[in-house]
Design a protein around this ligand. Structure first.
Ligand SMILES: [Fe+2]
Length: 302
């Protein structure tokens, strides 16, 4: 019998396209003079940790693949196209060619279906993978040498309420954890979103001009620090409990369900999150963090 699969790390990985733009990878057509180093260096540090972890696949939940009927999973072995950010086409025109762990995607879909969740596999070869998936995965693993699975964000918050989202994304997380265990694979989970999400509505003449970057307002900063403090203390259940109010006050992308899904899949960790960096991007609050279930490798980073 094969050994039980497990979640080897959970990452909160924000996806401002600005961070890819600032890095100037060969896949992106835009050119920059840098910017947002606190986040980019934090990502590089977490990417180095990931290089030392033995894992088979990355499973990422993104708020920018929005589905109204059910939860969808990438369902073909390869997707190749150009991803253009709809708001920032000047910054992000990224040529991607990514591999999918279809076997794992199907197992998670089946487990979700058994839990009563409406599901579908995405098998359209022309489907364009969202920029949230691409940005977070690129910054966590610039070599793109591991297969991924993207899970869509069903619009529970908008169609029903934030409380229904907590129920639904939690059930999805538990189903994914069960499927991962049965798969025998070692899996990294990624929740792709920022914290506070109020943002400027005009762009600086030079987008990477750091003299113009700051948090949108002080209340957003206070909310973000509250969440980070709870994460440091290992109070992940409390983070989920205050999520409806946090989401409303900061119009956060937590509405998409990613963090709720990941914390449920990991059994609501009571150990400290590893903190890799916090910085604003066009006024939004962005935190890079991870949850390492292994006591021996868990670090105090920042
Ligand atoms: Fe976003």
């Amino acid at each position: 019998m094969m050994s039980k699969g497990e979640i080897v790390l959970g990452c909160l990985a924000p996806h401002p396209p600005h961070l890819v733009y600032a890095d100037n990878p060969p896949q992106n057509e835009a050119y920059s003079e840098g910017g947002w180093e606190t986040l980019r260096w934090g990502y590089a540090r977490l990417a180095r940790k990931l290089k030392n972890i033995d894992y088979d696949a990355i499973v990422i939940f993104t708020p920018h693949w929005q589905t109204y009927i059910g939860t969808h999973f990438l369902g073909l072995p390869e997707f190749k196209s150009k991803s253009v950010d709809p708001i920032f086409p000047n910054l992000f025109r990224f040529n991607y060619d990514l591999k999918v762990d279809v076997d794992l995607a199907e197992k998670m879909r089946e487990a979700a279906d058994e839990a009563g969740i409406i599901t579908k596999m995405m098998t359209n070869p022309d489907f364009r993978v969202d920029y949230g998936t691409i940005t977070s995965c690129h910054l966590l693993n610039p070599d793109w040498d591991k297969p991924i699975v993207t899970i869509s964000s069903n619009r529970n918050t908008h169609y029903y309420s934030p409380e229904v989202m907590i129920e639904q994304a939690g059930a999805l997380g538990r189903a994914c954890a069960k499927a991962i265990e049965e798969s025998g694979k070692r899996v990294v989970l990624v929740s792709s979103h920022s914290l506070s999400h109020r943002h400027f509505v005009t762009e600086a003449p030079l987008p990477e001009d750091m003299s113009l970057e700051h948090i949108y307002n002080h209340s957003q900063y206070v909310w973000d620090m509250k969440i980070i403090d709870l994460m440091r203390q290992g109070k992940s259940r409390e983070v989920i409990d205050i999520m409806p109010e946090f989401t409303e006050q900061t119009i956060a992308e937590t509405e998409g369900g990613g963090l709720i899904w990941m914390m449920a899949a990991m059994g609501h960790p009571d150990y400290s999150a590893e903190i890799y960096g916090y910085q604003s991007v066009i006024g939004t609050g962005n935190l890079i963090a991870s949850w390492d279930p292994n006591d021996e490798t868990r670090e105090y980073v920042l």
